[in-house]
Every structure is written in structure tokens, then in C-alpha cells.
Design a protein around this ligand. Structure first.
Ligand code: G3P
Ligand code: CA
Length: 320
């Protein structure tokens, strides 16, 4: 499948402008759009009554105020999710109406005190609301705002009787998103789930590759050629593209981007975060972004879309 030349990486707002607002809220997505992001990224989980909502994980205690709500105290439980024991409050144990009564909070309060200013203000949005926001914003701004969707923990949701794939495709179809020309991309680390989506829709697909040995076998030139038969892009961790030396500085580019492009795959890298603990030694956020742009990537997930748009301004002007 063809992809554009890598002159100006697509800026994908990771969980919205999550460096500035509690993640996965309409406020975070709206700010990302105002900052110039090309696409917004909702991760999705499911409620007990089958509504897809924007959260990074089905456990809600980390990013909402549900732990302070006495009416939900009896829902706190421990269960196995994706092979890990997790204690908290789970999306599949609340109806959408119940979930709507809780409010988002900042995931990283020490690192992002600015985000905590908005704690308790915004509800958890449904996928429908995110798609509506992208459509209305596109119309208002005269530019297309894409939606880059990741359905989380598909095996877990299948195990509790709430399979995600058909549900997701049905909602997207209801919004008119069903072809490779539509401004929606589906991404997943769970390759079986992505295979199922491939059988259900012609929307573009991205295989995510973690920085773990298990995904090394999927990063070889031969494996990338096989992926290209059914996906549009690969989404590697940053380290797969520009590894870090032992001292934390960026090393020379790996062969990953060249190999992926040779297989005709776009390369969308995650995740760019501007705070010091996430940055390579010796570089600020803009310098890191430009180093990856120089390495030829086609898109990037970032918590601070404004910084990416600013750092890549000249490249984006040249590509316009
Ligand atoms: O989907 C790209 C990137 O978001 C993957 O990491 O854990 O933030 O969903 P995560
Ligand atoms: Ca994601």
C-alpha cells in the first residue's frame, strides 16, 4: 500500500494534548486540534452495556476520581487483565450512565501539575463523541482531523463477553468510516485482534511494535514485507528507530525505517513526551523530534502536539 514521502511527519495527539489536560478527555482532544495536531488518538475500553469509551486501560482508578466516590466502593475488585493482577474499578463493571458520573484526573500529577488544575472537570467521552468532535472540528477548521484508534485489551474484553472488534467497526460504520480513504486508522499491539479487524473493515491498519524481544521477529525485513500484505503502517517504539546509547543519548538510526519503507509501510513512532525524564540525554524536545524527522519517519505520537507542530513547521510548510 502506498504512503506519502517522509517530508513532514503526521502529528498524532497521543491521548489528546495529554501533556496539558487529563488524558482522553474532549478537552484534551480539543486542545490538540487547536494546537495543530493532524490526528487525535483515543485508546478504547468497553462499559458493561457495550459502550466504547476513551481510556488507556479498563482500570479506572488511575485516571478518574472513582476511588473517591462512595457509591462505587463495592465495585472495587481484583482481577487478571492481560496476564497481570490488577486491583481497582473496571469499565466493564459499570454502565455508561454510571461511568459518566465520574470525572477524569491527571495521570502524572507530579510531572504535570498543570494538568491537575483540571482534575474533576471532564467526563470520560464515548467513541461517538470523539468521532463527532473530529468531524465537527474538520468542518469548522477546513482541514481534516483524523482519528487514530487503539482498542485496548481485546482478549480480556472477549473473555468477559464484550468483544471489541465488531462493536468498533459497527460504530465507525455508523459514522461513515469504512474505507482506506476515510480519516480513521486502527492500531493494535494485539495482532490477532488487528487480523480480525482486517477481516471486518477496509480502514487503514497499523501494527504496533513494542520495545520487547517478542516483537523483534516482526521487525525484520522479511517480517515487514509480510505485514505489508495486510497493514498500512507499523508503529514502533522510539528505540526501534533511534536506539539510545548506554549513557541515554541517541545512537545512529537503525535500519528499521529503511526496511519498513522498502516494504512500502509507513512508520508512525510512539511516544514523544517533552518532560526531562523522557528525553534523550543532550537533546530538548524539539531536537529529539527533528532527529526522528531526519530519520525519515512518517508520523509520531506525542503528548505535546504544539511542540511537534512548532518543531516541524518548516517541514510542514514545504510539504503543504
Ligand atoms: O498507540 C501508540 C501508543 O499510544 C502506544 O502506547 O500504551 O500509550 O497506548 P500506549
Ligand atoms: Ca495508544
Amino acid at each position: 500500500m502506498a504512503h506519502p514521502p517522509a517530508v513532514a511527519p503526521t502529528v498524532i495527539a497521543h491521548r489528546g494534548a495529554s501533556g496539558y489536560r487529563p488524558e482522553h478527555t474532549l478537552a484534551a482532544y480539543r486542545l490538540a486540534i487547536a494546537q495543530g495536531a493532524d490526528m487525535i488518538e483515543p485508546d478504547l475500553v468497553c462499559t458493561a452495556d457495550g459502550v466504547l469509551v476513551a481510556r488507556h486501560e479498563n482500570e479506572l482508578g488511575r485516571t478518574t476520581d472513582i476511588g473517591a466516590r462512595p457509591e462505587f466502593a463495592d465495585r472495587r475488585t481484583t482481577k487478571s487483565v492481560d496476564g497481570e493482577q490488577v486491583t481497582g474499578w473496571f469499565s466493564e463493571d459499570l454502565t455508561f450512565a454510571e461511568l459518566r458520573t465520574v470525572r477524569a484526573v491527571e495521570r502524572l500529577p507530579e510531572l504535570r501539575p498543570g494538568g491537575t488544575v483540571y482534575d474533576g472537570r471532564f467526563p470520560v467521552p464515548s467513541l461517538d463523541e470523539v468521532l463527532d468532535l473530529a468531524r465537527i472540528s474538520s468542518h469548522r477548521l477546513g482541514r481534516t482531523i483524523g482519528v487514530y484508534i487503539e482498542a485496548k485489551s481485546p482478549e480480556h474484553f472477549r473473555s468477559v463477553g464484550l468483544p471489541l472488534e465488531q462493536r468498533l467497526v459497527d460504530r465507525l460504520d455508523a459514522h461513515g468510516h469504512r474505507t482506506a480513504e476515510d480519516p480513521v486508522v486502527l492500531q493494535s499491539f494485539a495482532h490477532d485482534s488487528l487480523r480480525e479487524l482486517a477481516a471486518l473493515t477496509a480502514l487503514r491498519l497499523t501494527v504496533l511494535l513494542d520495545d520487547i524481544p517478542a516483537d523483534d521477529a516482526l521487525s525484520t525485513p522479511a517480517a515487514l514485507r509480510e505485514l505489508a500484505a495486510w497493514v498500512w503502517a507499523v508503529g514502533p517504539s522510539k528505540d526501534r528507530v533511534l536506539p539510545r546509547r548506554a549513557d541515554g543519548s541517541l545512537d545512529a538510526p537503525s535500519a528499521f525505517v529503511a526496511d519498513a519503507h522498502a516494504a512500502d509501510l509507513a512508520v508512525h513512532v510512539w511516544t514523544f513526551r517533552a518532560e526531562s525524564p523522557f528525553l534523550p540525554v543532550g537533546l530538548d524536545a524539539a531536537e529529539e523530534l527533528l532527529a526522528f524527522a531526519d530519520a525519515g519517519i512518517d508520523g509520531l505520537f506525542t503528548d505535546q502536539p504544539d511542540l511537534a507542530v512548532a518543531a516541524l513547521r518548516e517541514l510542514r510548510r514545504a510539504a503543504a
